[in-house]
Design a protein around this ligand. Structure first.
Ligand SMILES: [Zn+2]
Length: 206
């Protein structure tokens, strides 16, 4: 049977999304074709826009629209977190997405720092590549009293936490690690809010 190559290419492209296998991708593609043309074009525009107009904050690493990031860059304060938050505590995550998960599920009231993944020397990801040097710079310049390590409990997540823990010990900064309730090899993105909330509140000093 003659098939549309463009449609097959769209299905292939959709399988890059998390949790989307070939069958789900096919359903999405058929839905896109059946949908109102304006809605589909809007989806396409939004996809392009996040690529061109969304950047990360140069202090904490959360996603910001370009214009807000520029305002942040020219400010002497960290505008991402409100004025009433404790900027002497920094919570370290391995992605901006994990910051949103913690923010939604805990009553944490400090500042954040998102790494770009975890240490993985075999993949060429060292301290500089994942942002640890930038973090170290922050720790040396700002008056930080405590660091909370919220990286995953995977081997790479643990190794990354351990590396940052050593830096904190050298700089005499109190450091704690979330642990309670998070299963080994667990990634924050797959856990329920209650587990994360509990893990966060039961963190222990290292
Ligand atoms: Zn920020």
């Amino acid at each position: 049977m003659k098939k549309s190559k463009n449609l097959d290419d769209l299905i292939d492209a959709l399988t890059m999304l998390p949790g989307v296998g070939k069958k789900s991708a096919q359903r999405m593609a058929y839905k896109i074709l059946r949908s109102n043309k304006e809605k589909t074009l809007n989806l396409s525009r939004q996809l392009q826009k996040v690529l061109t107009d969304v950047v990360t904050c140069n202090i904490c690493g959360i996603y910001l629209d370009k214009e807000d990031a520029e305002i942040q860059q020219s400010s002497s304060e960290h505008l991402c977190i409100g004025k009433n938050r404790d900027n002497s505590v920094i919570c370290i995550t391995e992605s901006p997405a994990d910051i949103y998960i913690i923010e939604e599920n805990t009553n944490y009231n400090g500042d954040y720092f998102a790494l770009k993944g975890t240490l993985s020397p075999l993949d060429g990801l060292g301290p500089e590549e994942i942002g640890i040097l930038r973090l170290q710079n922050r720790l040396e310049k700002e008056d930080i009293k405590e660091l909370i390590l919220a990286t995953s409990t995977t081997i790479e997540g643990e190794a990354t936490a351990h590396y940052i823990q050593n830096i904190c010990h050298e700089l005499r900064i109190k450091v704690s690690r979330i642990a309670f309730g998070i299963p080994l090899n667990g990634e924050l993105g797959y856990l329920d809010g209650e587990t994360i909330s509990h893990a966060f509140n039961e963190r222990k000093e290292l």
